[in-house]
Write a protein that binds this ligand. Structure first.
Ligand code: ADP
Length: 233
């Protein structure tokens, strides 16, 4: 059987912060193309550090990061073609939803009519067309997060990295945004790496699960198998 090429490959990746803290230790990981992978683990186990190293927002102390078989360990975030989305949606308050979504394309030098057209398409995908001209403060937390998802996807990244994207939302708002993430997972063929400490999000969204503990991989594989092992141990 021919193994699927990995979208992300980590080879013996470690991170030691300048204060001496070893946040991530000797991680080896292959995330297949088309996979929706969750990184699960308690607070402080190194999830965000690992995600930031893949995105290029954090330097790697040792080891290599490969995206689509390209060694990007020393590449800037822009050169990697990844998009990173955080729990605090960080929309620009002085811009409309449409301009927020179009902004990454403006930075990339895309002309106005093309970028607005692409931004409209993405807003439609998260059912926010009616709010195109609204400002972030006029939206609920769940709606803002949907606009943030559209903005993260508008550049058609090779890999979407989500750092606890629902953690700041209450239960009701979380239930509002989860179906959109599910829909986008099904509609777009972009691999996603999703950091969370919530098992319910994993069970609903992911096909692959990586469990981290104290900066090391404790378990990795199809979600149902890894969760079964977790329950048994
Ligand atoms: P998680 O996302 O799983 O909560 P983090 O990756 O944020 O974990 O943190 C992993 C470890 O690295 C923790 O012990 C944390 O205190 C430490 N850490 C994170 N960021 C820094 C930093 N900038 N400087 C020093 N230590 C850090």
């Amino acid at each position: 059987m021919v193994a699927t090429k990995p979208a992300v490959e980590l080879i013996a990746v470690s991170k030691r912060y300048p204060n001496g803290q070893l946040a991530v230790s000797q991680i080896n990981l292959r995330i297949p193309k088309g996979s929706y992978c969750c990184l699960l683990g308690p607070s402080g186990c190194g999830k965000s550090t690992l995600l930031r190293m893949i995105a290029g927002h954090e330097s790697v102390t040792e080891g290599d990061v490969l995206l689509d078989n390209r060694n990007v360990t020393n590449h800037s975030p822009g050169e990697r073609g990844t998009a990173l989305m955080f729990q605090n949606y960080a929309l620009f308050p002085h811009m409309t939803c449409l301009d927020n979504v179009a902004y990454p394309l403006k930075v990339a030098g895309i002309n106005k009519s093309a970028r607005l057209e692409q931004a409209r398409e993405l807003l439609a995908k998260v059912n926010m067309t009616d709010y195109s001209n609204a400002y972030p403060e006029q939206l609920s937390g769940g709606q803002q997060q949907r606009v943030a998802i559209a903005r993260a996807l508008v550049t058609q990244p090779r890999l979407l990295l989500l750092d606890e994207p629902l953690a700041a939302l209450d239960h009701a708002r979380k239930q509002e945004v989860l179906p959109w993430l599910e829909k986008l997972r099904d509609d777009l063929n972009i691999p996603m790496l999703y950091v969370t400490h919530a098992v319910d999000e994993v069970a609903r969204l992911a096909d692959t699960l990586v469990v981290l503990e104290a900066g090391r991989v404790k378990a990795c594989g199809p979600v149902s198998e890894v969760l079964k092992i977790g329950r048994a141990s």
